[in-house]
Structures are given as C-alpha cells and as structure tokens.
Design a protein around this ligand. Sequence first.
Ligand SMILES: Nc1ncnc2c1ncn2[C@@H]1O[C@H](COP(=O)(O)OP(=O)(O)O)[C@@H](O)[C@H]1O
Ligand SMILES: [Mg+2]
Length: 750
Amino acid sequence: MYQDGVCRITSRLFSKSVMCEDINYAEASDDEKAVLFELYCKLVNYFGPSVGFELSVVCCPADMAEYRQMLAIAPQGDAFDEIRKEYSDMLVGQVAKSRYERRICLTYTIEADNVKQARSRLGQIDSDVVGHFRALMVTARPMDGYERLALLHKCLHLEERRKFRFNWDSLNGTGLSSKDYIAPSSFFFKDGRYFRTGASFGAVSFLQIRATKLYDTLLNSVLELEGSQIVSIHAKALDQNAALKAVKRKLSDLDKAKIDEQKRAVRSGFDMDILPPDLVTFGREAQKLLEDLQNHDEKMFMVTILIVHMASSRQKLENLVYSADGITNTQNCDLIRLDYQQEQGFLSALPIGINQVEIQRGLTTSGTAIFLPFRACEVFQKGGVYYGLNATTGRMILADRKKLKCPNGVVLGTPGSGKSFSCKREAADVYLHTDDDLLFLDPEHEYLSLCRQLSGQIIRLAPDSGDYINPLDVDLTVDTGENPLLMKADFIMSFCELILSASQGGLKPIEKSVIDRCIPKVYREYLKKPRPERMPVLGDLYQCLRSQEEGQAQELATALELYVSGSLSYLNHQTNVNINNRVVCYDISALGQNLKKPGMLTVQNNIWQRTTVNRYAGKTTRIYLDEFHLLLKEPQTAAYTAEIYKRFRKWNGIPTALTQNVKDLLDSPEIENILENSDFILMLNQAASDRNILAQRLGISPQELTHITNSGAGEGLLFFGDKIIPFIDKFPTDTKLYQVMTTKPADLAE
Ligand SMILES: Nc1ncnc2c1ncn2[C@@H]1O[C@H](COP(=O)(O)OP(=O)(O)O)[C@@H](O)[C@H]1O
Ligand SMILES: [Mg+2]
C-alpha cells in the first residue's frame, strides 16, 4: 500500500478506492429512485473493459469505546457536572442501540507497467468516479493509504475489537510491511466450509441469481440482517464487440436448436410451433439482450457477488448464514457456500480489488446497477447536537447547525407532538457542551423549570411583575464600531410609532425630528458617566419632549404619558434583572393585550442588542421563538422576526421558530423569507391537510410522509441542509433533564 492510497496487488495490478456516504434511497419516491438508478447506471457504464471494479459494503459492529470517548462531555467543575454526566450517559445509551454500522466503498483495479503509470491513470479514474457520485448527490472521496489499511484492518477484525495502530514511519528499516499491521493473529482455512481468523469464525458464500428479473431491494434486504458481514460485488466489463459476438453466437445456437426441434416435430408428425418452453424464453431473452447491447447503451459485465459472514462462534455463524440464505431465497436467489474456496473467497471479498473466484455471471449494465448500495443518509457530525435516532437505520443523529449554510430553524407539529420539548433538548445539549447563549421567548410559561435548572434568568413580563427591562437600555461594553445611540434612535422611533400608530397613523417628519433631537439629550448624563443607575428611562424621554416648544412635541409627550405615569407604566423602569445571563427566558404569557406589542418589541430589541454584542465577542446566540404564530399576528413583531431570519446568520445568531399552525405560516407574507432562509426544519406529527401542503412545498416522498402521520411525540422528519432524515427520539423519562423539560400533567404531578 502506498501512502496516497494506490495498492499494488501483483506486479502489474494496481487498485485504488473511494469511500462514499449513504443517501436516501429506500424511502425516495419512485421518480427519484428512477433518476438515481439511471445515474448509477452511468457510473457503472463508465468502467470499460480495462478497469475492474468492486463495490464493497462492510457492516461492522460499532466501536462503543470510541463513541463513549466522542460523546463524553468533559466535566467543568461547576454545578452542572451531574447533568453533564447524565446526558452523556444517555447519549451513549442511545448510540448503543444501533450495533452495526455500514461503510460503502468502491475499488477499481487497472493494469500498468509501473506505479507511476498506475498513479496517473487511477488519479483520472478517481476524479471521474467522484464526479459521477456527485451527480447522484453522494459525497465521495478517494481514500488514502492509511484509510484503506484501516478499512482492511476492520474487515479482518470484524468480530474482534482491536485498535488499528499504524504510521508510515514504522515501516522504515524494520523489514515490516503494511500487511503486518492489518493481519489478524491467525488464519485457518483447512476446513472447507468455513474459516477462522483470530478468535472469530467466518464463511464466504456467493450469490447465485435464479431470478430473471432483479429488484433493487435485493442488496438492501441482505444488508438488513444484523450481523458482521461484507458484501462485495466484482464486475468487469466485456469488450463490447466480444459481448455482441457472444450473444449473436448464442442466438444462432438457439436458432439451430429451434430448427432441430422443428425438424423433429415434423418427423414425428406434430405441430412445428410446439417448442420446449425453455427454448422460447431463452430465445426471447437473448433477443432482448442483443437489442439492449446494440441500442440501449448497455454493456455486458461479468459479475461475482460474494458475501462474508463473521461471528464469534461457529453456531452464531451458521445461524447468520442461514438467515441470510432465507432472505435471498425470497428474492429468487441462493446463497451458496464456496466450498474449499474459503481463502480465495475471503481475499476477494476484501476491498482490495482482486477477484480470485471464477464463478461469474453475465449481467448488463442495469443488471449490475440494480445492486446499488444506498439506503438512507445519516448525519453524524462530531460535536453536534443529538436529535434522536435515524428511524430507518437506527443510527444516532448528531448534527451541528453551525455547519449549515443557514442555521435558521423552524419546528412544525401539532400540539403535543414535542415541538417545545425538542427545542428544550437542543438547548440543554448546547448549554452543556458549548458556550453559546440561549434566549427563550416563552408565551406559554413552560421553559421556567429548564431555565432554573440551568441557573438562567427568568424575566416575567407582566403589568404586575417586579421584573423590569428598560426599553432604553444601551450596551457600551463592546465596541461594535457603530454609534450605539444611532441604533437606539431607530428603535425608539419604531417604539413611538408602535404606541402612537393606532391613533394617528405613523410618525410625521416633524415628530421624527423632535424625537431625534431629544435622544442625545436624554442620554447625555449617562454617556458622561455610564453607570447602570444613570440609565435613562421612558420618563426622561417624556420630560425632554415636554420641554420642547413644538406643539407636536407636546402631543407626543401626552401620548407617551400613558406609558410613563399611566396604567401602562410597566416599561418605565430601570432594568433590575440580569439580562446578560447565559440563559434568559422571557415569559410573556401574562403581558396583557395593551402591553403585548410594546412588550414584545422591547424583548425583540433586547435580543437584537444581545446578539450584536455577542457577535463582537465571537459568541453564538440561539433564540427560540415558541408559539411563533402569535408573533406573526402583529405586523410589527412579524416584520421584526422576518428581519431576524434574514440578518441573524451574519451575526452568529441561530433563531428557531416553533409553530403548530402551518397554514398561517404559509399565508403570512413574511414567511417566504423564513422558510427559504431555514436549512433546519424539524417536522413532527402533522394534520392531514398540513401534511399535503408541506409535502408539495418541500418535496417529501409518500414513504417519508408516514413518519409525520399519526406519529408519537418526538418522531418525525429532520431536514438538515439538503438531507431528509426520519428520526425517533425517545428521551429517557427517568432523567433529571426530562423532569425539567416535560409539561405532561402526569409527569408534573409526580
Ligand atoms: N422526544 C421526546 N421524548 C419523550 N417525551 C417527549 C418527547 N417529546 C415530547 N415528549 C412529551 O410530550 C409532551 C408534549 O410535548 P411538547 O413539546 O410540550 O409539545 P408541543 O410543544 O408540540 O405542543 C412533553 O411534555 C413530553 O412529556
Ligand atoms: Mg409547545
């Protein structure tokens, strides 16, 4: 093996591999499947007679020790280490549910005089193959020498957990070869029916195809089996002329046989059209094959399909092979043990690119491509947030929204489907392993216990509340490069507009000038000596307006009076809560009709200001807007939210909107911007009518729709970038975190 991934198999044979990721196939719509199949045919057709290729799918037991290490959240010596440990243990418990994982790789083999020549040809094939995979939306990349050795090591230790330790320097001058690092402790092939490597047992079989029509489910159903196995499909194209000649020869053989039969029929005195049925079928098949080869851009491949099963004991091995045989039988195929060829079979099944088994079958391009290895895509990003298990494959979903082009998110689902819960879970996860700030806009009074658990600040906004936030707050601690007063002036204008607009229809130019003149005056004292207790409040703005000469100023002041000394004076106080806490929950459930608009605007301004400051501190701010349809009802708050969705991305802000109301969402003019600017959609159970609308809008296949039809809490579809992943999250209920996140009355009573 060379460092760049070129493997010298014999003196003239060289191979190289690409590793590819899985994509959604099993649950794709029929149209999508047809397109993917066609594209995969193109890839198969790319390989000419001089390049042999081998598609390998390796199913190996997950390395739990590695996962445990990856999912551990380091203790930080604060009050949260207990839930950190509980949470990482929960993650390890979830990952352990999917015991086997799959690797797909494609290896191609060429003949060349020397490495240099091989390298340049293989390099060309590399980029062509990756390009073909890209058309399929499959991420594929050439494997380097280390990766190929690591994969071979895995294949040779399927049932034995041994770490692969290797570096290229260790080969220098020691007389060792890379084989010494991947070989198992022993091989034993003497028994013709099975073999042993180290402490484990293995058996190699080949797939005999009896069926005349193959289905794309064949390979996937074999792979469905839980167990250690390697499936390898070797294929090599025949020269097109040779293939045509062979088929034509076959046809004339058949014709000859037919004539013989007819002669015999005439001689024996019965009807000449009565032919043996096999002869008729073969004739038709051969005719079709000839036509496919001549006109339909099909090639002829010689294909060998090998399946290796491995188990820790002989009995387990036989059981595994027996079940696999049962599965292949349902598809009109047989799994036949390679008696006395176990060694050649095993070697050929490894992703090296050499085939020593001479049992071959001719298949056309589409016959070869029918074994396409794709099932369902996965998202597993190290350091990402846990969103449940993949409902198709059972593997854990770890996704990092920061890696998306646009991390904005939307959570959709009927009431009780688990929208709020999923956001609390994400927030808790983020809290425990990053230092992002978390802000909740909570109209349902349900984030409090989670917030308390995370030592966050709860701000209850209500006319009778003692928690105050001051709309006039400015933050001078971070130099944002902009004049803070200019930004504040913008907000004060819209604030005045909001509280006046109902009666007067917006601010007039004179009024704007008056306010603009007052703002520096109001802040003058504070700016001289910026201490929190000197922060101006609405009352100061009121005084300043009163002292202006214009009649309009007096009118403005009078309108503001209601919010300064009148019954809505709740907002006329200096901030007395810690709005800079890492976790802030704005509880707006009791804000009341009159204060709703100015209150929400104040909160949104607060969030905006916080995000601005965080941006300059290099910190991410995550904002959860629950019961989002409430925000869409008022034009001012709706506009503000749309703005958040458009602009936060550049500001390290990650907003998430939760709503049960899909129709409202799609009807509101702002939502255009919200859905289009969201690469993250968590879709839980949907009502029938909403489901159809969403299916159309987002291109969801009928099979995928089943995951959001009458599904339980915490089940649905995750749209992550261009991937769609069905997920199930059954959060363990015996955890401390569950207790603070649940809102089920029964749980709460307990
Ligand atoms: N992933 C989950 N695992 C376990 N229980 C869940 C999950 N999602 C939701 N639940 C339960 O269902 C309840 C209702 O969920 P909730 O998030 O409040 O619904 P929504 O916000 O969609 O109305 C939660 O309080 C919790 O008890
Ligand atoms: Mg909710």
